[in-house]
Design a protein around this ligand. Structure first.
Ligand SMILES: Nc1ncnc2c1ncn2[C@@H]1O[C@H](COP(=O)(O)OP(=O)(O)O)[C@@H](O)[C@H]1O
Ligand SMILES: [Mg+2]
Length: 221
């Protein structure tokens, strides 16, 4: 589903990846751990092809970095869900409108939008908040809306950049359990975090990015 083949990526003077290879499968929850500045966000940018490798190849589904044309990028992005630490919701739209909007810009038929948006809301457990505005929600609820918006297009990959970075430990656990549940539906879920505690509480395959290398992390060690 996702593959890096001998990928090298430099950003400024930082060697983010030094000839690293990796495969992430459908239905897999994968953690990328690493200190600030290690290149975790850059790694995700490679996957949504906001950055391209200096050497090697990145594959996401059938999209290949080596043959990607600029006009293909929207097709890739339509098949990806992305969530961020700071939620990035539209403050002037309700919860429901935030989710429906993600479909309005696709070719989903207008009359199917309410059903799909409601299903995504229900999936994240927020049906009762559908008419609220983001500012009236807790951080955890806002992240749930962001996740609903990311999954409503039925992506094959979900990318999350520090999704629990602004949340307390209990709420972080809820969000990670939700992401785990989503992965079990056959989606590859990639979670970038510097919170090792959450990784131990919701265990899954984990690698650490350090000095350009991806190293296996043995949980509990
Ligand atoms: N736009 C940029 N131009 C040049 N270097 C950058 C840019 N953004 C980030 N970097 C550098 O790339 C490295 C990795 O950054 P980043 O991927 O944001 O790390 P992380 O998400 O792990 O904190 C850092 O050394 C950072 O200074
Ligand atoms: Mg980052």
């Amino acid at each position: 589903m996702i593959a890096l083949e001998s990928v090298t990526l430099r950003r400024g003077s930082t060697l983010v990846l030094d000839r690293q290879s990796l495969e992430i499968k459908r239905g897999e929850l994968f953690y990328l751990i690493g200190p600030s500045g290690a290149g975790k966000s850059s790694f995700l940018k490679l996957l949504y092809m906001d950055l391209f490798p200096d050497e090697g190849e990145v594959r996401v589904g059938e999209f290949r970095s080596s043959s990607m044309r600029k006009k293909d990028i929207p097709y890739l992005r339509r098949n990806l869900g992305i969530v961020f630490q700071d939620f990035r919701l539209f403050e002037d739209r309700t919860v429901y409108e935030n989710i429906a909007f993600a479909l309005e810009v696709t070719d989903v038929r207008a009359k199917e939008i309410p059903k799909k948006a409601s299903a995504a809301l229900s999936e994240v457990g927020l049906s009762q908040k559908r008419n609220e505005y983001p500012r009236h929600l807790s951080g955890g609820e806002q992240q749930r809306v962001a996740i609903a918006r990311a999954i409503v297009r039925e992506p094959f990959v979900l990318l999350a950049d520090e999704p629990t970075g602004n949340l307390d430990p209990e709420t972080s656990l809820d969000i990670m359990l939700l992401l785990k549940k989503i992965s079990l539906k056959g989606i590859a879920v990639v979670v970038v975090t510097h919170d090792y505690d959450i990784v131990q509480r919701v265990p899954a395959r984990a690698m650490r990015l350090k000095d350009g290398r991806l190293e296996d992390v043995r949980l509990g060690a």
